[in-house]
Design a protein around this ligand. Structure first.
Ligand SMILES: *Cc1c(COP(=O)(O)O)cnc(C)c1O
Length: 469
């Protein structure tokens, strides 16, 4: 499989290179040159497969030519053996034809484990083959950091540096990162905010001199392998609900548009998806596009669903590429103008095309709490705030009551006790067994000033399993 850039000017890469690449050299994002397409009969024949075997069927066309089938199967089996539920991604019924797909049974209790558990293993496999080491740098306001660290902790050939804003992530989220102790794990608390952390990652990608020739790898959702891994659970959910003989609708709590873009790809690969609902919090740039063709940058509004607090959605460019007939020059022009003006809209017929599949809703903090309370009252289930936004949007935007509606349950409620408390749900939330002693575990973290040079010096002093590069 070859991968091309959404801006049309960067060289095409194979899977191995795309795994190690961040942005394409033209500033675009990599997408498959040709999407595999499965027949209804083929998809139907996968019913009842264990998750890792289904994952192999869905993903092997993407890695073909780079990873031998037998090795890929082994990697997938190890990846999903790590999940605390035998079905890996179980469905839970809320109402008649309404289901939550629980994607929070991985090691860090959020759906990001599906992709990052795989990414760490793929990286280590490819690097061992090449005899290379890499450094990962990432910024996090919560979920991504812990999932990336968990995914990379066993990697022989990776040192990972994750920056979070000092004293500005929740205690559970901080401990999920800082209690993972390994020579190759480096937590940095920056005396600044999340944007400061992200700026330092960007600046480090732009000027890599401090790395002395070691390659820098991105683990944010622009990495193609993350999107790829998320396609699988759309198939998994549909197969359990009578698909592909019948259509399925999905509602997806959305920030950077990675997770829902995977659902869009699943549909283009042959899964009968009738509707995709973009569920956002107050940071609603995607809702403004889907409802009124206005993708206009706004300021950041901190919310009760912090993993969806974004100003722009990095993966939206991948959808724009398809909406423009895969014309890289047109996408580049559109994004250049967005960069200059902070505004973007597309031609009417392209927008209408998107609206055939996508609906959207922006949900306030108040409505999020209302939904948590209501679902608890009627079903006894406690939703995390992100999932609650998905449920709210599913109920308001649903096109057909005959088609099963699946809401992606993106995080375990124990990670977001503040929202659950505000919803006045009177129930105790316990950490699952593998994290029960999280508050007793020793932590390791280095606090650094909001200073690029200091951070880069730290990376180059510790980037080789704690030793200098
Ligand atoms: C990351 C995250 C999201 C948003 O996913 P995107 O792929 O960025 O759209 C939603 N919910 C939770 C809990 C997350 O961690």
């Amino acid at each position: 499989m070859r991968y091309i850039s959404t801006r049309g000017q960067a060289p095409a890469l194979n899977f191995e290179d795309v795994l190690l690449a961040g942005l394409a050299s033209d500033g675009g994002l990599y997408v498959p040159e040709n999407l595999p397409r499965f027949t209804v009969e083929e998809i139907a024949s996968w019913a009842g497969l264990p998750y890792h075997e289904l994952a192999f069927r869905v993903m092997h066309p993407f890695v073909a030519g780079s990873i031998p089938d037998a090795d890929f199967k082994k990697i997938l089996e190890a990846t999903y053996a790590n999940f605390a539920h035998s079905s890996v991604a179980p469905l839970r019924q809320l109402n008649g034809n309404e289901w939550v797909l629980e994607l929070f049974h991985g090691p860090t209790l959020a759906f990001k484990d599906f992709a990052l558990q795989l990414l760490g293993r793929l990286l280590d496999y490819v690097l061992a083959k090449r005899g290379e080491r890499v450094v990962i740098m990432g910024a996090t306001s919560g979920d991504t950091g812990s999932a990336a660290i968990e995914g990379c902790k066993a990697c022989e050939n990776v040192d990972i540096f994750i920056m979070h804003p000092h004293n500005r992530v929740s205690e559970v989220q901080r401990r999920q990162m800082t209690t993972i102790l390994g020579d190759n794990i480096h937590n940095i608390a920056i005396e600044g905010n999340f944007d400061d952390c992200q700026e330092m990652v960007k600046a480090s990608f732009a000027d890599q001199g401090f790395l002395k020739g070691i390659r820098l790898v991105a683990v944010n959702s622009i990495n193609w392998a993350r999107i790829m891994a998320q396609i699988v659970y759309y198939f998994h959910a549909a197969l359990q609900l009578g698909g592909p003989a019948r259509s399925i609708a999905f509602s997806v709590p959305t920030g950077n548009f990675g997770d829902i873009f995977a659902g869009y790809l699943a549909r283009n690969m042959g899964l009968p998806v009738s509707q995709l609902i973009v569920a956002t919090n107050r940071n609603d740039i995607l809702h403004r596009f889907m409802s009124g063709n206005r993708y206009d940058k706004d300021t950041l509004h901190p919310s009760l669903s912090p993993s969806m607090d974004i100003m722009v959605s990095s993966n939206f460019e991948r959808l724009l590429f398809d909406l423009h007939g895969r014309n890289g020059a047109a996408v580049a022009a559109l994004l250049d103008s967005f960069k200059a003006t902070g505004k973007l809209s597309v031609e009417e017929d392209r927008w209408t095309e998107a609206r055939r599949l996508f609906d959207s809703l922006a949900v306030s903090d108040e409505q999020t709490c209302e939904t948590i309370a209501e679902v608890f009252k009627t079903t006894g289930e406690i939703l995390d705030p992100h999932t609650a936004i998905g449920v709210r949007a599913a109920r308001e935007c649903r096109r057909s009551l005959d088609i099963p509606m699946v809401i992606l349950g993106t995080a375990h409620p124990v990670k977001f006790p503040e929202a659950v408390e505000k919803a006045e749900v009177k129930a105790t939330l316990n950490l699952p067994a593998h994290l029960a002693d999280l508050f007793q575990r020793p932590e390791r973290c280095t606090v650094l000033a909001n200073d690029l040079k200091a951070v880069q010096a730290f990376v180059s002093q510790h980037g080789n399993r704690g030793k200098p590069l």
